[in-house]
Design a protein around this ligand. Sequence first.
Ligand SMILES: [Zn+2]
Length: 259
Amino acid sequence: MELSEEQFERYARHLILEEVGEEGQIRLLSSRVLVVGAGGLGSPLLLYLAAAGVGTIGITDADRVDLTNLQRQIVHATERVGALKVDSARAALAAVNPGVRIEAHPVRLAAENAEAMIGGYDLVADGSDNFATRYLLTDLCCCLKKPLVAAALSPFEGQISTFRPYLGPGHPCYRCLFREPPPPDLVPRCETAGILGAIAGVLGTLQAVEVLKELLGIGESLDGTLLMYDALRARFHSIRIGKDPHCPTCGTPALATVQ
Ligand SMILES: [Zn+2]
């Protein structure tokens, strides 16, 4: 692949970076990333991945744009209320960078369709808002050996990590941290709990940075670290995540079954 004149100009601020350069930009243009959820996290994530020239971006979301989404889901617009979120996001991304290929999957990710969908991508970014999807992605991305960059939000906080448990010792998965999903009645969702919209922007943007780092192979990965943001105290802090040798997803017996 060679960059066109338009691409040399569009990606000029990447190309002058030693850590990216022409080789890195071509790597981004050849990459395929699946973004699960075109919501609060997915919005800045999708916009930055498209702007950065990630060549193929898959978006999976079964929902339609609702007026209440627009307080934080900045990839959507008032004129697209009622449209499928994947179509609304596609329109916004095409306006930023028409050179990026968008693959829209207007379906809810479930055990029946997830494996085939994930298999077609190099990396998965989880911007979903529910535990069923988070655990499904945790298990499948481990099994299919796909890096998973996952973030989650609460009203005034957020957390993010990268999972590559298939690399072995020292590389935990989400289940090493939280073995099972919490009972459904303990889980506040945006509709009931509320959220300061811009916090989704902070975490979704961090997700975009970590996805680009993984694709480029630069810097330190968040693999093995949970980074947490406390908006009210204006603090970031991080904790190490240990690998649980008895983890049902990535522990030794599971690895033995996979191999
Ligand atoms: Zn694990």
